[in-house]
Design a protein around this ligand. Sequence first.
Ligand code: PLP
Length: 451
Amino acid sequence: MLEREEPMNVGANSAASFARARNVFPDGTARVTIERDPTPRYVQRGVGSHLIDNDGRRFLDLNCNFTTLIHGHAFPPVVEAVTRQLQSGSCFANPTDIEIALAELLCSRIPNLDRIRFVNTGTEAVLFAVKAARAFTGRSKIAKIEGAYHGAYDWVEVSQAATPESWGDAAAPASTPFYRGMPKSVLDEVIVLRFNDAEGARRLLSIHGSELAAIVLDPMPSRGGLTKPTPEFIAAVQETARSNDILVIADEVLNLRQGFEGASARYGLVPDLIALGKIIGGGLPIGAIGGRSHVMSVFDASAGRPLLPQGGTFSANPLSMVAGLAAMTALDHAAFAHLEQLGYAVRDGLEQSIAKRSAPMSVSGAASLFRIHPTRRVPNDYREAYPSPQGATLMRALTGFFSKNDVILPNGASACLSMPMGRSDAEFIVDVFGGFLDTHAGLLDEIEDGN
Ligand SMILES: Cc1ncc(COP(=O)(O)O)c(C=O)c1O
């Protein structure tokens, strides 16, 4: 029998808030992604690398609002910039110089980003990137990676939650619906590839080449396993896309934080379009679509109606722009070097803990990101990362154990490090993990038996 799951140790004040919330939100939460077990932890405030919950408990935050807060909570330059801007107005139907400044910063540091448009979420960024590829090529189908998360646009939701029962043939994955009632026409418009399957990518992109507008690729899909792409896979996608006039859309909404120039540059991908979000807004809502000038010309309305009209009431709002500018300006080469070292220290420490105890676990990730898996080998793709029932139980227990030890560790997604963290935080994370391994021998044995 499995050991009892560790609860999230939520206090009385969070429980009281949840009781109120259940009267107004379906299931009591405002987002499906909220961690609960079964009660979510309500937060009062954030300070640097920590957050303080409604019961006054202080936690090291390895979620950072789903990897957004690369400078931690309430980063003073962002607080100052937003406070100043708020006093001068929060949104206008006119352009501002601030949007130009953030656009200049991003275009100057991210390769292949000649032109850019701002929106308010990563979802919108991916949505407009897909539409731009359609407008540019005159084709409607897209290809995407099984299990990869790209936000809430129907076409990129296909096969996001495929299961062993539904995912079909490994050589030609099925297009599976994400929600009941998803139009069959959407499923018919999406070709699904397996991450790191170079041969499959070449074959499927070639077969469907003349109908595909784009391949949407997160260079390191977090929910798919946070596994590094192999050079062969990147080359297969890139070359087959080029030879079939399929555009490459890099979804860097999450993985831009992997380096000064972003994740595509790190892994040798040369995208035609890039979707951005999260860190570029400094903690305020943001998204952006950028890319090569000739592709981005689909948005150009200077000669009349563009091929793809794109607007948005709050797009390029000055609050998000000043927050993003403050956050991104502070993210210089030295900042990325710090994050790189911190990430290495954590992953290396976790791996050593696993090796010392010969535990059936592994660690993936890069730069400031890491993900712990209930498998002896780092999974190569979504199918390999799909947890067994024993694996899922172990990971819930891990999140619970971290929470008991005052650390917020996301379950089933990337954990992230932030600028205010230092070597002592890295050591603390590794110590807590070692404590978990030492006290959960029963659960670890179950994993070995279940795999
Ligand atoms: C890779 C990726 N793309 C797109 C999105 C959607 O971004 P948003 O939640 O801002 O809509 C996310 C969000 O987590 C993401 O990780």
